[in-house]
Design a protein around this ligand. Structure first.
Ligand SMILES: NC(=O)c1ccc[n+]([C@@H]2O[C@H](COP(=O)([O-])OP(=O)(O)OC[C@H]3O[C@@H](n4cnc5c(N)ncnc54)[C@H](OP(=O)(O)O)[C@@H]3O)[C@@H](O)[C@H]2O)c1
Length: 246
């Protein structure tokens, strides 16, 4: 069955993999991203995968004043949204973020404030339809704050709480809310990091996301082993946790 899928932050490596897998199964896509060149390249790469040409909208997602119009466009394109994914985000350099409040606030805007605004507007759009899945890519970094990543972790932890609130509101009405928590993913965001066996490919993460949507899940750790890693990390007493080189 062909679904109506909206992806915000569609040029992210994970989002592009989701878009490819959705196109391959015949879904209708609306892709939103800030970089016109990357968006066009993505649109072209999807042309041969699906008989439905994807619709594309260029938008800087931290411009919250443009969000109501953006979501109006989504509503005009799709009377029912089967799956909406908020994927954009910035990692930032922790040391810089500690010293430079302007840059730190940009991370907060990109990872939380803009997601809060888009998810609220999408929730209002999807509530009356009483079906569909509203999802956002958070991170395992939001489960327990680490010294080395506490600014990014704070933004993702706040996103987790907000998604939990949206779930309490929408789930009784038939709209599912999915919190996606990837571990390390081999994407431009982690290009500077040395890779190891814990890193997953965007394709693997995308396949997990679509399976979680199809199964009606509310929370996804991807790959699966992060659920157990994070469970242990969250259970560690503070005096042990603070001694770990994290
Ligand atoms: N990679 C990981 O290890 C990892 C782990 C856990 C969670 N995540 C989360 O997964 C999501 C996707 O990240 P990724 O790994 O796919 O990395 P990525 O390829 O670097 O994607 C990040 C995307 O965010 C977009 N973006 C940032 N600010 C934006 C804005 N103001 N307006 C529109 N788009 C904006 C970027 O747009 P441009 O293409 O224009 O630069 C980029 O496409 C993020 O939310 C990230 O926090 C990643």
């Amino acid at each position: 069955m062909s679904r109506n899928v909206v992806i915000l932050g569609a040029t992210s490596a994970i989002a592009q993999a989701v878009a490819r897998q959705c196109a391959a199964r015949g879904d209708r896509l609306l892709l939103v991203a800030r970089n016109a060149g990357k968006l066009e390249a993505l649109r072209k790469s999807l042309e041969n995968l699906s008989s439905h040409p994807p619709a594309c909208v260029e938008s800087d997602l931290t411009d919250v004043s443009s969000h109501p119009e953006l979501i109006r466009k989504v509503g005009a394109a799709f009377t029912t949204i089967d799956f909406a994914l908020v994927a954009h985000g910035i990692l930032g350099d922790q040391e810089t973020l500690e010293k430079d409040i302007k840059t730190a606030l940009k991370i907060l805007d990109a990872n939380f404030v803009s997601a809060f605004s888009l998810l609220t507007l999408l929730a209002n759009q999807m509530e009356p339809q009483k079906c569909g899945c509203l999802a956002a890519i958070s991170s395992v970094a939001g489960d327990r704050i680490r010294r080395s990543l506490y600014v990014y972790g704070t933004t993702k932890g706040a996103l987790n709480l907000f998604l939990e609130g949206l779930r309490l509101r929408l789930s009784p009405l038939g709209v599912r809310v999915l919190t996606i928590k990837p571990g390390f993913v081999d994407s431009p965001m982690t290009a500077h990091l040395k890779k190891n066996r814990l890193f997953a490919s965007p394709d693997r993460v995308a396949a997990d996301i679509l399976q979680a949507v199809d199964r009606g899940r509310e929370e996804l750790y991807t790959p699966w082993f992060w659920k157990w890693i994070m469970r242990i990390i969250c259970l560690l007493p503070r005096f042990i946790f603070t001694r770990l080189p994290l």
